[in-house]
Each structure stands twice: as structure tokens, then as C-alpha cells.
Design a protein around this ligand. Sequence first.
Ligand code: CTP
Length: 396
Amino acid sequence: MTTPVIVVGVTGSIAAYKSPALIRLLTEAGHSVRAVPTAAALNFVGAATLEALTGFPVATDVFADASGVDHIALAADAAAVVVAPASADFLARYAAGQAGDLLTATLLATKAPVIVAPAMHTAMLEHPATRANLAVLGERGVVILDSPAGRLTGADSGSGRMLEPPAIMAAVETAIGPGDLVGKTVLVSAGGTREPLDPVRYLGNRSSGKQGLAVAQAARRRGAAVTLVAANVELAPPDGAEVVAVGTAQELREAMVRRAPTADLIVMAAAVADFRPAQTASDKIKRAGLTGQTLELVATPDILAALVAERRSGQVIVGFAAETGDDRASALEHAAAKARHKGADLTVANVVAGGAVFGADTTEAVLLDRSGSEIGRVTGSKLAVADALLDAALNI
Ligand code: CTP
């Protein structure tokens, strides 16, 4: 495996004079950096400067030195691509999916996180075309950094200045993650099982799979090898995760139990049906002649319990508890009781009253240890909950 590199794209904006400072910060922090300027960028910063600072040849054209600076190899080796400064023209070409130069071709081929630091005159930044391009890129997961207000190139002032190199560097380090799960294997279940009643109907639940996917994504970003066992998840899995698609609780159990022995961390984020129909009709159940129908249900296996029973030493197991309060106890008290009797090392408690949490992008979670005591609380995105869960798991 080649060493991951940080690709620094430099485009045609006066702020390109600050790109060497960013490259210097990155190399001083121990990163291997490749600079990819556009032709326009070379009006502001010399190729010799970029080559001297990175120690690698610099090209702008896909065909210039196809063997020395290969966009596919750059794209594959990139731990992150940061474009600083990102000019209006570059953003338009990137948003349109163009690949006419080495930088846009690399961006089109990479699966690494991408960060752009726009820098241009306020009028260009505020133009609906630029705003639309930034919106498109943001929707695709590109991290768009602020363009703070201040003195512009001419006499006027306004927003559109490139963020300072230390702030861009911090964004790059956030995007590549701390690497604290390198060498670890993480097994995550996500989604909700469906227990078939007949060929067209099932008993299911409202889990979207977002929380499990966020755990897989965060673990990938932090360097883990990730296997995602996805029960009826319609959302795209994170890049680089091995995905095993399952339908029922029984299939989920088999997939998890088979892979558990090699996992360092197991996260049971899937919502598993507790019961399934005792019989699955092979033909569609007909309405004609029936005034009612009683379903006989049988319990499904408790997968978390099976994993805990087989836990090997050093392995960490995380369970979830989606709870509502009732007249016996609060949601959190129920979650604490579940943490104690299920035996997971860590339990992530969600309060689901009123259907909150399911399908939502933000959530509130309470982290409980094996004794049911609160060890942390997170409000925010499911990714924030995922990172907090991974932090806590690493401390067990
Ligand atoms: N779980 C499991 N196998 C099941 C049911 C649940 O592995 N058959 C796991 C879930 O993935 C979750 C944890 O157990 O990590 C708690 O799930 P939850 O549905 O909250 O609890 P249950 O054990 O089903 O208890 P109850 O529904 O009675 O609250």
C-alpha cells in the first residue's frame, strides 16, 4: 500500500500566494503533500516553489507527465484533497464534473474527502452561479470553508478572502480524522430487520440505518477496516466499507456471528425485530373470506446477547437502547437497566418518544457504561454521536 498523501490544489486567485504556507504547515505536520496547480494558478505562484516545498514534480495537465503525475494514482493515494484557493472558475468546472486538467481529473476520480477554500471578489462569491455551484458541491459532501470578510485585492473590502492556512490545515486534519482506528476492524449493524409474513408483507420498524451508517463512516475516516451489515438500508454506504446486505433478524444474526471473531469493535446499531411471524405464507394471504386475522409470533434471537456471550478478550461491544418512558420508569432508567442486563461494554441510549430520532439527521444520545451509569451525552449529528461512541469505545 502506498503512503496516503494530501493533494493541495491551487487555482487562479491572488490568494495562491498563501498556498505555499499551507503546504509548509502540512509537510511540517508530517504529511506527504502533492501540489496540483491549475494553469491559471501558475500566474500567481511558481511551479518551482511548489516543487521545492513538496519535493515532488508538479503538473497542471493530465497529459503532461502521464507516468510521473498520474491523476488516477493521485486520486487513489489521496487521504484528502484540499483546494486552496478555490477560484470561481474552478468551482464552476468542479461542480459541472469537468476533468480537463489534472486537478479536476483527480477530483473526479477520488473517493477521499475534499475541502475547498473559496477565494474571490465579493461580487463573484455572491453571484447566484457561484452560490449554486457551492451548494451543489456541499450536497455532494465537499467541505466548503468560509471566505471571511476583509480587505480584497483592490481598495475595496468584503467577504471572499481565503481562510488563513492554519484554519485550512485544521479542516484538513478534521477531514482525515485522527487515524486512531488504523489497524482495527469494526463490525457495524445498521437498519431494521423485516420479518416476512407472505411474499409481499413483512413486520418491520422505522429505522433508516442513518446512525449505523454514521458509525461506519466515522470508523472508516478514523482508519478502521469496516464491515457494515445492512438490514434493508436504502442509503449509500460509506466508501471503502465492506457491505453485507441482510433482510431478517436470522440473517443479521448469522452475518454478525460469522464476522464477530475478527472484530475489535462491534456496534449493534440495527433495530432488530423482537418477534417474527410463526409462519411465512408462500403465497400472498388473501383478504377474501377473512373478517380478521390473528398473527402468531415467535421471538427472534437476541443477537447482542449472542455476541456478548462469545466476546473474546479485548473486544468491545456497543449496543443501542431506543427507549420511551412509561409509568414504571423514565426512558433513561429503562436504558440503564438494559445496559446492565445486556452486558454490552457501552450502551448508546436514544429517547424515541414521538418518533424523534428515526430518520432524523440530528439526535440526542446518552452514553452509558456497563453498570448503566452515564459517561457522556451528545446532541448533534449522527456523525457526532458516532465519533463520541468511538471515542468512548477506545477508552474502554
Ligand atoms: N438487539 C439484538 N437482537 C434483538 C433485539 C435487539 O441484538 N433481537 C440489540 C439492538 O441492536 C440494540 C440492543 O439490542 O443494540 C437493544 O435493542 P432494543 O430494541 O432497544 O432492546 P430489546 O432487547 O429489543 O428490548 P425491548 O424491545 O424489550 O426494549
